[in-house]
Design a protein around this ligand. Structure first.
Ligand SMILES: *Cc1c(COP(=O)(O)O)cnc(C)c1O
Length: 470
């Protein structure tokens, strides 16, 4: 192993340990004060303490140690801080918000808002009023309310309408979505008794009719958003289910999961159920997500008939699940874009990326490829090729969109798995993490969502593929 000028291979000794400076001394170094200005004293001192602990431990174990001059301390600290900050944004966080929403959130943070004041009367207002009008306009609902996410929307709906009573749902729709949200558990949490009807693959109208008793509070339909049942199947449609519910004087709630406010088929995408369709079919309450296909902030929307929505709004859990002014600002700005459907494809990032023309992604792949080819080094080879994008977040689970991307393969056939993993990890450590997937002996980067090509290329010189251990 070669020894850089900053390293010494002396084994640890008491004298060596004593050479480590104190946290205070490090914090006073001019090169470190630059880091304090950028990231704050508390964060930097925590990192200094952790770095010195690591070094102390390394010395005790007799490992090669870093020199403790100012430049090496500052460099190690800065690398450590980079790594920390990178980890803090690795989560991909669902929908990218439109610029209009970003501006609205900034404004809501900076200045007082009319969140809970009725500007006409000067009295205390309802924080849902503004957004409710817009949601009703777009979905055709009589009333609407907003909570923290769609999971909250479902929980609140069942708690408000079905607690201590029975809620009927098809066995084919007992969804589990990521993060341990399972329909049977949600029913239990909400205090309702779940009555399952039908079978995994087939449920009929008569199954629902036969299950209705004096204890029934609600019929429920759950959109199977992250799986499909294929083959010998039958399900009861919303219109028929609404009919069955209404004849018994009961409401029908439909959980759409994603729920798109526009017909995705007009953009050449697979059709995804729309809240306005569910309402038109007779559903009394419809719940859907703000940050899936809608393309806004994390939120759960509950829309439907006034009678039920007002019951939902009055339930004590509503206060615990309500959204902040920032969410409302972002949601309002996102929803306002839907008033101009012809501009959605350019202004709403979710839709823009879903409908991005293949030819454009293909051309991007060709123009961008040389930069990563240089950055990954001689052990890899970079080629352009056809890939398929998955939509994700429990939307359109089996539909894949044709896309284009980069295929990085190892030139040598030895340890290709480990080499590709090391490269994938290095890409994830970049200031703006790049997330690839490994399949067919290649690391694949789907370029559908790459919009800032210059920023991607500019950070590539920082790519640091750690050598694999043999
Ligand atoms: C995604 C989803 C939810 C939960 O929505 P969040 O906004 O993630 O809380 C609930 N039900 C279905 C059917 C879903 O697909």
């Amino acid at each position: 192993m070669s020894t850089s000028p900053l390293e010494s291979t002396v084994r640890g000794s008491k004298a060596q340990l004593k050479q480590l400076p104190s946290v205070d001394r490090v914090l006073k170094l001019p090169a470190v004060s630059v880091l304090i200005d950028a990231h704050g004293r508390a964060f930097v001192s925590g990192e200094v303490r952790a770095l010195l602990l690591d070094w102390r431990e390394a010395r005790l174990l007799g490992k090669p140690v870093h020199a403790v001059d100012e430049a090496s301390i500052a460099a190690a600290l800065s690398a450590r801080i980079d790594a920390r900050l990178t980890v803090l944004h690795t989560n991909l966080g669902r929908a990218l918000l439109p610029d209009e929403a970003i501006v609205a959130v900034a404004q809501a943070m900076r200045a007082p808002t009319n969140l809970e004041i009725d500007l006409d009367s000067g009295e205390r207002g309802d924080r849902d009023t503004l957004i409710e009008k817009l949601v009703c306009e777009l979905t055709g609902a009589q009333a609407a309310t907003v909570v923290n996410n769609n999971a909250s929307a479902v929980l609140l709906t069942i708690a408000a309408l079905g607690a201590k009573r029975e809620v009927i749902v098809s066995r084919g729709e007992l969804v589990e979505i990521g993060g341990s949200f399972r329909m049977p558990d949600v029913m239990k949490c909400a205090g309702a008794k779940m009555i399952e009807v039908g079978t995994t693959n087939r449920t009929h109208a008569r199954d629902f009719v036969g299950a209705i008793t004096a204890k029934t509070a609600l019929l429920m339909k759950v959109h199977a958003s992250n799986y499909v049942v294929r083959g010998f199947t039958a399900a009861v449609g919303e219109d028929q289910l609404a009919d069955i519910a209404h004849r018994a004087g009961l409401p029908l709630a439909v959980d759409l999961g994603s729920g798109s406010l526009v017909d995705l088929a007009q953009y050449g995408l697979p059709h995804e159920p729309m809240p306005q369709e569910a309402l038109a079919s007779g559903a009394d309450i419809v719940t859907f997500s703000g940050d899936k296909l809608l393309g806004g902030p994390q939120a759960g929307l509950i829309v439907g008939k006034r009678e039920w929505i007002s019951k939902i709004k009055k339930h004590p859990i509503k206060r615990a699940l309500r959204v902040s002014k920032l969410t409302l600002a972002a949601l309002e700005a996102t929803l306002a874009l839907y008033r101009h459907p012809e501009q959605l494809m350019t202004r709403l990032p979710t839709l823009r990326l879903l409908t991005r023309p293949l030819a454009e992604i293909d051309a991007l792949a060709k123009s961008v490829a040389p930069a990563p080819a240089r950055a990954v080094g001689a052990q890899f080879d970079v080629a352009c090729g056809a890939v398929h994008s998955q939509i994700g977040s429990g939307s359109l689970p089996i539909d894949l969109l044709p896309s284009a991307g980069l295929f990085v393969r190892c030139r040598e056939s030895k340890s290709t798995g480990r080499r590709l993993n090391a490269l994938a990890a290095a890409l994830r450590r970049l200031p703006v993490p790049v997330i690839g997937r490994i399949a067919d002996n290649a690391l694949i980067l789907d370029l559908r969502t790459l919009e800032d090509e210059a920023a991607f290329v500019a950070q590539l010189p920082r790519l640091n593929v750690r050598p694999i251990e043999s």
